[in-house]
Design a protein around this ligand. Structure first.
Ligand code: SF4
Ligand code: SF4
Length: 215
């Protein structure tokens, strides 16, 4: 297997995409006078799956910057997280388990947290490649604010995610190359991304030891 690693240039592009997500989120949050301060909930126990090799590789980039003891601790927590999720799923329930990266209410890999972590909260919309537009109303607290301020939800400011997602897809295509559609689809929780190790794909035939090419 060959690890899927981000080049410095692609990592920089991810940083820029994440930054743009954050500033668009902040702008909408400001306009709605919304924040997570004093919220009785913590969305880091929501069960989300993530879908790109790009974000998986970037999460690992951050994880490797932690010291070994911290890595081991987070790995053990991730294994525990997976056991608890499996228990809930056996009972036919959607898992609701605190993310293994949370520490005293703070995200251990804040600068490397994934797109879903950066966009959940405020209203958003997204145009799918088939032309259909999806609307996300925001979290329960934000929906309460929107209902008080606007006659219709559609009048509320929102983050337009389409362009940001297109940029992420462009990085994914560049990272994985033309054969992206041939690789297994990513559908993993953050804990699975850590426990499974960094993303890896089968070594191309021509790069395997003992294989001679005509090049
Ligand atoms: S996104 Fe909403 S529900 Fe989640 S912590 Fe923030 S205010 Fe609370
Ligand atoms: S990665 Fe960080 S922000 Fe995302 S769910 Fe886990 S603790 Fe929360």
């Amino acid at each position: 297997m060959k690890e899927v690693a981000l080049s410095e240039r692609l990592s920089e592009e991810i940083r820029k995409i994440y930054k743009a997500m954050e500033s668009e989120y902040d702008e909408v949050a400001r306009a709605l006078n919304f924040s997570c301060n004093a919220c009785p909930d913590n969305c880091c126990d929501s069960y989300f799956l993530h879908h790109t090799y790009t974000e998986w590789a970037y999460l690992w980039k951050g994880f490797r910057e932690l010291d070994k003891a911290r890595q081991q601790e987070l790995m053990a927590r991730s294994q525990q997280y997976l056991l608890e999720c499996a228990k809930a799923e056996t009972k036919g329930e959607r898992p609701q388990v605190m993310c293994p990266l949370i520490d005293d209410g703070h995200c251990t890999l804040y600068t490397h947290r994934l797109m879903v972590c950066r966009t959940h909260g405020v209203p958003a919309s997204m145009r799918r490649p088939d032309g259909q537009t999806l609307s996300f109303p925001g979290c329960f607290r934000c929906q309460t604010i929107v209902k008080k301020k606007f006659v219709h939800d559609s009048q509320a400011p929102h983050v337009e995610r389409t362009q940001l997602l297109q940029r992420l897809v462009a990085v994914e295509r560049e990272l994985m190359g033309e054969k992206l559609h041939l690789y297994p689809r990513v559908k993993l929780s953050i804990a699975q991304m850590l426990v499974n190790g960094p993303p890896a794909i089968p070594t191309p035939h021509c790069e395997r030891p003992g294989i001679k090419t005509n090049v």
